[in-house]
Design a protein. Structure first.
Length: 481
């Protein structure tokens, strides 16, 4: 087939405009595909009927346990410090945030994307506690982001907990029903944990976002149960329930933690960049001031601006992936009179991984990085608080000091992460570039009458096809559409 020079362009797309158009096409396809996946009620779920409840006697009902491998086991940047010297003597019951973005009201516990996001939060949140505790993290039929958006300013104080263990909402809206379903799982998981795993050990309750909503209900429900208040008084080290609105007296008789070594108490904060819009969190609990614990001083409602020199290390929204060291001096922080934790912009120090645009909320919110932004600060405080807890019992424990270096094992993990990322990127690229690679192969046959060699075909399906030498080979010319 003959072509005029003016109408023939090599399929290598040498023209910058065409190359840019190709990149836009590929990455737009990725975004559209992901959004379509996130917004669909997958696996034949009914929007109103919840999926089957988890069986907490089975391993697949737990995102993390001490006997299974999970994201809670990681040591970002090789930092395995602030840990018990000897056997771990406490547990952490961790409730993960929203990870289901489908259209059903409650998500199933076997949804692959949901579990991938849960694994990610385990690495960024729950791993903070792995030096001093055994971590138990249940999967639960969480409220979807979709149903959470149907009512503004809602919070768990709207829900009454009945004496027989069921939730009775004053108004059975779809959101309240979805909350019932989600909490019923968390409650059953905690009961199973107490009966089969706890063995009388002290414990930490840790949570973020929707997990904090569930944990508030969990604590309230325990306080209503026979022996529940005594259990919390005797065995609760502290509740690190972050990233949602927790009123000062909402969990009474439990009180906000006043100092870095306070125990049997509650810590919470909602983080915004100075000058941001905090109305979302304030409106969720308008009846009283919110608990604000400053994670740089660990003082309750500390309105003094704590200098960034106290910020010992955070990690970006990408978490431990390819992390060789923590970012120090990220932010200065203060608690406002409104109960909001106001911080300087971490992106000015840490770069794009700390931009508030990366947290999927507007108005200067840093919701998605409220744990990892203060990772080292929280980890150090957990060790201090656990030591103080045992001291009040007259028991001595040894918590190791700061040992943070990316040694040989850390380097090997980083190399494995790089290989995995490259393979995943290549696999996505193969799927997205396939139409262009097939067009190239067809053009090769039409122009030369020869089938491509296997080596050439494999290369054509790689991510480099439209950006590298493969499509610039002589004799591989095709007409533009």
């Amino acid at each position: 087939m003959a072509h005029d020079d003016e109408t023939v362009v090599q399929y290598g797309l040498r023209k910058p405009v065409m190359k840019f158009a190709m990149m836009v096409t590929i990455y737009t396809s990725i975004i559209i595909s992901l959004m379509a996946y996130l917004s669909s009620p997958r696996w034949g779920l009914s929007i109103d009927e919840p999926p089957p409840p988890p069986d907490y006697s089975k391993d697949d009902a737990w995102a993390a346990t001490p006997t299974s491998s999970s994201g809670a086991d990681v040591h970002p940047a090789g930092c395995n410090d602030f840990k018990f010297v000897g056997e771990k003597r406490i547990d952490t019951f961790y409730v993960h945030p929203t990870g289901y973005f489908g259209s059903a009201n409650n998500g199933p516990i076997d949804d692959p994307l949901t579990n991938l996001l849960a694994w990610s939060t385990l690495t960024q949140h729950a791993s903070i506690f792995n030096g001093v505790s055994n971590i138990y993290a249940p999967r639960y039929r969480q409220c979807s982001m979709h149903i959470q958006g149907t009512e503004k300013g809602w919070n768990t104080w709207m829900i009454d907990l009945s004496e027989d263990g069921d939730i009775e909402a004053s108004s059975k809206s779809p959101l309240m029903v979805a909350m019932e379903v989600a909490f019923s799982d968390v409650w059953r998981a905690f009961q199973y944990y107490l009966e089969h795993h706890n063995g009388g050990r002290p414990f930490i309750i840790a949570a973020h976002s929707q997990g904090t909503m569930m944990s508030k209900l969990l604590i309230r429900k325990l306080l209503m149960e026979d022996g529940g208040e005594a259990l919390l008084k005797q065995n609760l080290v502290a509740a690190y329930i972050i990233g949602n609105s927790v009123g000062e007296t909402e969990l009474s008789p439990l009180k906000p933690c006043k100092w870095a070594n306070s125990t049997g108490c509650v810590l919470s904060y909602n983080t915004l960049i100075e000058g941001g819009d905090a109305s979302h969190w304030i409106n969720k609990n308008p009846n009283e001031r919110l608990i604000c614990t400053n994670p740089l001083s660990w003082e309750y409602n500390d309105t003094t601006m704590v200098d960034d020199g106290e910020a010992s290390g955070g990690m970006p929204v990408t978490g431990h992936l390819l992390l060789t060291s923590f970012d120090e001096r990220l932010v200065s922080a203060r608690c406002g009179k409104d109960g909001i934790l106001w911080v300087s912009d971490p992106a000015l120090v840490g770069g794009w991984g700390y931009m508030n645009d990366m947290t999927f909320k507007a108005g200067g919110e840093l919701h998605a990085i409220e744990f990892p932004m203060f990772y080292r600060d929280i980890k150090k405080n957990v060790g201090e608080r656990v030591a103080a807890f045992f001291e009040t019992r007259g028991e001595e424990v040894i918590i190791s000091g700061e040992e943070c270096s990316c040694g040989g094992a850390c380097v090997m993990i980083l190399l494995v992460q790089i290989v995995v990322i490259v393979l995943i990127t290549w696999a996505f690229s193969v799927l997205l570039v396939a139409p262009f690679a097939l067009a190239w192969a067809g053009a090769r046959v039409r122009n030369t009458g020869e089938l491509p060699e296997l080596r050439e075909l494999l290369w054509a399906f790689s991510a480099c096809c439209c950006f590298n030498r493969c499509c610039r080979r002589k004799g591989v010319d095709v007409d533009l559409p």
